[in-house]
Every structure is written in C-alpha cells, then in structure tokens.
Design a protein around this ligand. Structure first.
Ligand SMILES: NC(=O)c1ccc[n+]([C@@H]2O[C@H](COP(=O)([O-])OP(=O)(O)OC[C@H]3O[C@@H](n4cnc5c(N)ncnc54)[C@H](OP(=O)(O)O)[C@@H]3O)[C@@H](O)[C@H]2O)c1
Length: 346
C-alpha cells in the first residue's frame, strides 16, 4: 500500500509517499480500506518531531479515517470484558465506517480498534465522514463530559474557525447553549456566526473579555474551550461566570501562564483539560458510544455537519500541511486516498 512517511522531523517536504506492507488487524481490531483521512493540527506537531505517537501506535501520521472494512481481527474475551460489551454490533467486511485511530491514517489501509469505529452517518460521503472523529471525540469529551455544558448555559469557543472550533460551535448550539467564538479576521468570524455562534469576536480588532462581558450583562460564560493558552489564561478566568469551567485542549501561544488564583475561590472556577490520543481504547469506546447515541442523530438529520474546507490526494499530504500552516482554512482539510470517495453518499 501507499502510506505517507515522516522521513525526518521538519517542514512539509519531509512527508513522502512510500510503499509499505499492508497492516493486519489484531484482536478486536479491523482493517479499513481508507477512502479519506482527516488532517489535524497535532499531525503538524508530529511531523515537526514535537508530538511522538504513543507507545504501540503507528508512526505514520493520521488520527482519523473513513472507508470500508476489509478484514476483522479475532474477538477476545478481554475485549468482551473491557470494552466490547457495549461496542457497536460486530463489524463485518464491507461495512462503511469512520474511525478514531492513534496513528496510521495517512495510508491506503489502516488498522483501527473496533470500538473506535462508528458507522458513516447516513447522508454523508466518506470524505465528510473522515473529518468527523478527531474533532467530535475531542469536543464531546472536553465540552460536554469534562466541561459539563448543559442547555441554557453559555460557551466561548476560541479558534472558532478551526476544525475543533467549527465542531464546538455547532454542538454547543445543537445542545441548547448560547455560543460565542473568537477568530482571526472578518471572514472567519462570519463563518462562525453562520455555524451558530451568536457573536464571533475578531480578536485582532476587539477584546473578547470586554465583548463577552457586555453580551452577558457582566455575568460571563459558563464554559471556555481554549487552544491558545499563555496570555489567554488570565483573560479566560476573567470571562468565566461563577462556577465556570475553563477547558484547555492546547496552547498555541505556549503552556505557561501567570494567573491570579483569587477568582478560583471567589467564583468557584474549575480549570481542566485533556488530550485524546493517549487515552485507552476503553475510554475512547465510551466516547464513541456517547457520540453514537447523542450526536449521530444530529449528523444524520443535518443539524450538525463536518465542515470540509479542502481536499488533497493522499500523495499531496505535504500541500495539505502547507495549507493548514497558512491558517487560512475554515474547518477541516481532508486527504483523499480513493477518488471514488468524493460525493458518493451513504
Ligand atoms: N486536546 C486534544 O485532545 C486535542 C485534539 C485535537 C486537537 N487539539 C488541538 O486543538 C487545536 C485545533 O486543532 P485543529 O486540528 O482544529 O486545528 P486548525 O483547524 O489548524 O485550527 C487552529 C486554529 O488556531 C488558530 N491559530 C493557528 N496558529 C495560531 C497561533 N500561533 N496562535 C493562535 N492561534 C493560532 C487559527 O485560528 P485564527 O486564524 O482564528 O487565529 C486556527 O483556526 C490545535 O491546537 C490542536 O493541537 C487538541
């Protein structure tokens, strides 16, 4: 099969298409003939040598795929006990799925843990489906599980035009929250508002603390989803309401910050966060089950959708990374391994 290798840490040119042996599924795994694979910012960090794959994961980049199951590994008792009890019905060759993987997505074939696969939502093609797993798993577990966002609350999404942000805005709205977002520039802000943000704040021109404080009548928001960190940290605390939750999923401005701890006591704030990739199959399976029950109906009704900004042939992964580094995209960038995946809806 063709797979994209990171030949050495470096710029996008280090991504090279190579012939590799097709992987085989182990116990409780499936082999997927990849139609399309999503590109995520953590892939760029992996390419630069700053985000090594967790132990046991493929060193080929790629955290999400969609395609057709072509082989199914054996089912063990351990899986039945640990995570398969509530796993999806046994997958069979021919099933069309999208899957969260810990690596190996930039390839014509990819092995995935069976419980991390979900059926391709009805009405979506395999390219759109490939843009679902990483952001929907991440937003679900952070905003709704750790952040405990509920109907009637308010959510501030930083990086609203990112793959993560476009998902968080839509899910926040779909679950009855009032959503605000930040983004760089008027086009990105307009996109955030089309997706359901009540107000998108162009951080280059406006101060998000001032705008959100005014919009909430001085109360602040219940949940902040942040990927910026550093200088945003004290301002995120400033914008949280009493009992508010700050959810940190990345720190594009850096991991260190100086904050005043007083508001944690006065307003009973919570600071938390998580990273998806190293979590166990059992934990990811639990997120997959919640998504299947609560979010798949929204995807199938069209109430929420993956926003695909651009596609590239698999062999042009380097160009996909260049586009993501340019930062002009809104939503997802997807690699297409099989051109027939474009436009053929399930
Ligand atoms: N914790 C987890 O489990 C997890 C999982 C997946 C992703 N993530 C993180 O979530 C973030 C979004 O991922 P993604 O795949 O959705 O990426 P993406 O689509 O490339 O979005 C990144 C966004 O960050 C903004 N940005 C880019 N460079 C920046 C910089 N130097 N300073 C401030 N903002 C910058 C851009 O928005 P503007 O143009 O509006 O500034 C862009 O929309 C990434 O940091 C990624 O590492 C975390």
């Amino acid at each position: 099969m063709i797979a994209i290798e990171i030949t050495r840490p470096g710029d996008p040119d280090v991504l090279v298409a190579k012939d590799r042996p097709r992987p085989a599924p182990g116990p409780n795994e499936v082999l997927i003939e990849v139609a399309a694979a999503g590109v995520n910012r953590p892939d760029l960090m992996q390419r630069q040598g700053k985000y090594p794959p967790p132990p046991g994961a493929s060193e080929i980049p790629g955290l999400e795929v969609a395609g057709t199951i072509v082989a199914v590994g054996s089912r063990t008792k351990a899986s039945t006990d640990a995570n398969a009890a509530a796993a999806p019905p046994r997958w069979r060759a021919g099933d069309q799925v999208c899957a969260l993987v810990a690596g190996g997505g930039y390839a014509e074939y990819c092995v995935a843990p069976a419980p991390q696969c979900l059926s391709v939502p009805r009405g979506l093609d395999l390219v759109a489906a490939a843009g679902i797993p990483e952001t929907f798993f991440t937003v679900w577990t952070n905003v709704f599980e750790r952040g405990r966002l509920v109907r009637g609350e308010t959510l501030l999404v930083h990086g609203g035009a990112s793959g993560i942000g476009t998902t968080a805005i839509q899910l926040g709205r779909a679950f009855g929250a009032r959503v605000f977002a930040t983004a760089g520039g008027p086009d990105k802000c307009a996109a955030c508002e089309r997706l359901g943000a009540e107000r998108a704040i162009d951080y280059r021109a406006e101060d998000f603390v001032e705008v959100v404080t005014a919009l909430t009548g001085g109360r602040g928001v219940d949940v902040v989803l942040d990927m910026v960190g550093a200088d945003y940290a004290p301002r995120n605390l400033d914008v949280l309401a009493t009992d508010g939750r700050l959810i940190q999923i990345a720190f594009l401005h850096g991991p260190t910050a100086t904050i005043n701890l007083t508001p944690l006591l006065r307003r009973r704030l919570t600071i938390t966060g998580s990273t998806l990739r190293p979590r166990s199959v059992a934990e990811k399976a639990a997120i997959a089950r919640a998504l299947g029950a609560q979010v798949w109906p929204l995807l199938e009704s069209g109430a929420v959708r993956p926003i695909v900004h651009a596609t590239f042939p698999l062999a042009r992964a380097a160009d996909a990374h260049r586009l993501m580094e340019a930062g002009t995209h809104i939503g997802k960038i997807v690699l297409v391994a099989r051109p027939s995946a474009l436009g053929s809806k399930v």
